[in-house]
Write a protein that binds this ligand. Structure first.
Ligand SMILES: [Zn+2]
Length: 319
């Protein structure tokens, strides 16, 4: 049974309907409780209950505020936060729809993001229960709320794949990557193209992404990695050298350059690059462990960060 069937029946949840009626001039705006001392008093008691850790009492009081003043944004936010804390995503979504309907335009994007997050989490629950088709529906709802919500576009493909439709999964990731060329989407597409044995699509994918986001060095490095894996050593060297100009101290870049030089048979250059990579990655350091408290440190220190004792750090050996 879909989780969303347990929707709340609170008054403010029909705020969208209220809004439509208001546009037609058929109904007055719902009360916001602004400047109402009774609303302020109820909110104070609700906040006190919440601060004291009495979540149920706080929820009851916030609900009372919302029933009396359906456009009370502070109470709606508090109810939403309580729902999020208890992972009651269907409830959080229902409340958030009301908040979104009341939000002024400058706050609408942030509130839409919250709505997307609610649908996303609901979708993750469905996916964990093995309900892939229902999960895909929630991820699509998340993207309708906020089309830039990357976790949902990643998960939508995962759900479609789990539902047995890998082609539709690839299409979903491709559509998302056109507007948001981010690594988690590209990594999934790369895996799909690799399985289909289509290396040229892997290259085209990262090239297009790097062109769309020229300042993203992670994408530039991913393109270099794909060149390297496909044994396109000249293109790979070119790519990593371009990155090196802009970011001279990335150990990964020098490790790849070392591997490229080695593959080309240039041992001297390869050695230099490896040494640089090791130095930049603190590869000459050895992890240490505190003999007093067991805390670990990436290298020797005079004093343990965890227990603050002196002269207790020794080289860590096998775990
Ligand atoms: Zn210690």
């Amino acid at each position: 049974m879909p989780l969303l069937s347990t929707r709340l029946s609170l008054g403010p949840l029909v705020a969208v309907g209220h809004r439509a009626l208001r546009l037609l001039g058929l109904e007055r705006a719902p009360a916001s409780g602004e400047n109402d001392p009774q609303a302020a008093d109820a909110m104070r008691r609700a906040e006190a209950a919440r601060a004291a850790g009495h979540a149920d009492e706080a929820r009851t009081l916030f609900r009372y505020v919302v029933q009396r003043w359906p456009a009370h944004v502070g109470a709606l936010h508090a109810l939403r936060d309580l729902a999020v804390e208890t992972r009651a995503w269907d409830e959080a979504i229902a409340i958030q729809e009301s908040i979104l309907a009341l939000a002024p335009s400058r706050e609408r994007h942030a509130e839409a993001e919250w709505l997307a997050a609610g649908y996303y989490e609901l979708g993750r629950l469905e996916l964990a229960r093995g309900e892939a088709a229902a999960a895909a529906g929630h991820f699509r709802a998340a993207l309708r709320a906020d089309r830039d919500f990357v976790p949902a576009s990643v998960a939508l493909g995962d759900a479609l794949e789990a539902a047995g439709d890998p082609r539709e999964a690839v299409r979903a990731w491709e559509r998302a990557a056109e507007t948001s060329p981010v690594l988690p989407l590209l990594a999934r597409l790369e895996r799909a193209y690799r399985e289909q044995d289509r290396p040229s699509r892997m290259i085209a994918l990262y090239r297009a992404a790097a062109e769309r986001a020229p300042d993203d060095l992670a994408l530039a490095a991913a393109l270099g990695r794909v060149y390297f894996e496909l044994e396109m050593l000249d293109e790979a060297a070119d790519q990593f050298e371009k990155i090196e100009v802009r970011a001279p101290d990335l150990p990964t870049v020098h490790a790849f350059l070392g591997a490229i030089f080695e593959r080309r048979g240039d041992a001297r250059e390869a050695f230099d690059e490896y040494r640089r990579a090791l130095r930049l990655a603190h590869g000459f350091d050895w992890p240490h462990r505190c003999t007093a408290c067991g805390a670990t440190a990436p290298r020797w220190q005079d004093r343990c960060d965890a227990c603050r004792r002196w002269n207790t750090l020794r080289p860590a050996s096998a775990r």
